[in-house]
Design a protein around this ligand. Structure first.
Ligand SMILES: C[S@@+](CC[C@H](N)C(=O)[O-])C[C@H]1O[C@@H](n2cnc3c(N)ncnc32)[C@H](O)[C@@H]1O
Length: 206
């Protein structure tokens, strides 16, 4: 079963930053890999489900004209709003499993969706459904970047590798590239059923 907001109420009762997102070198390095892996220099309209206290949000905001960042509970959203004071970033209480029209009323309006450490809170059925919906809410050629911890966590319905297996199976997404080590898996997908052009090809270099 997917983990619901009650579970995260308990997690954030332990402290403001229970995942150490603002203090750990592991996270800082991972955010740098994430930002370096985005295939476009800039994005027009991005979605970041599971933003927590907004540490990655701050970095994404520098590359996106507008950004919708969501979480399922209020305490981290309150801190994220304080951390990221930008008119271009909208924070919304919303779960990946809810209706996407709430965050994307115009449909297919996103050119970037970032799933950073959030997919493994869903069970396989919910994740498959929400990845199908994510593909439908990306404009053609848009980017979906996913990055997840690979070590099993007892409470989580899926491992990071299982999450990436589900995303790779999603119709309408094609893998552009990625990075993997013992701890993390990061993959970049393009909204297309065709093999995407490499960055060098799209720049006319290859
Ligand atoms: C480990 S933190 C990741 C924060 C951020 N994405 C990062 O990588 O730094 C996961 C966050 O996802 C939120 N979350 C859990 N399930 C979610 C869901 N179904 N939709 C949106 N956010 C969710 C949690 O409340 C938590 O704040």
């Amino acid at each position: 079963m997917s983990l619901h907001s009650e579970y995260f109420d308990g997690v954030y009762a332990e402290g403001d930053d229970p995942f150490g997102l603002s203090t750990s070198w592991y996270e800082d390095r991972k955010y740098s890999i994430t930002m370096a892996s985005l295939p476009q220099r800039r994005y027009r309209r991005a979605l970041e489900p599971g933003c927590s206290i907004g540490v990655l949000t701050q970095r994404l905001a520098e590359r996106c004209d507008s950004l919708v960042s969501t979480d399922v509970v209020d305490p981290p959203l309150r801190l994220a709003r304080t951390r990221v004071e930008s008119e271009d970033v909208r924070f919304v209480k919303w779960s990946l499993t809810e209706n996407w029209n709430v965050v994307d009323p115009d449909a297919a309006a996103f050119d970037l969706v970032v799933l950073s450490e959030v997919g493994y809170y869903l069970d396989e059925r919910d994740l498959r459904r929400s990845m199908d919906t994510a593909a439908a809410h990306l404009e053609p050629g848009g980017t979906l970047l996913a990055v997840h911890w690979r070590h099993p966590v007892a409470d989580y319905p899926l491992t990071g590798d299982q999450v990436h297996g589900v995303i790779a199976d999603t119709d309408g997404l094609s893998r552009l590239g990625g990075y993997v080590d013992e701890d993390l898996i990061l993959e970049v997908f393009t909204a297309s059923n065709e093999r995407p052009q490499s960055i060098a090809q799209s720049e006319g270099l290859a």
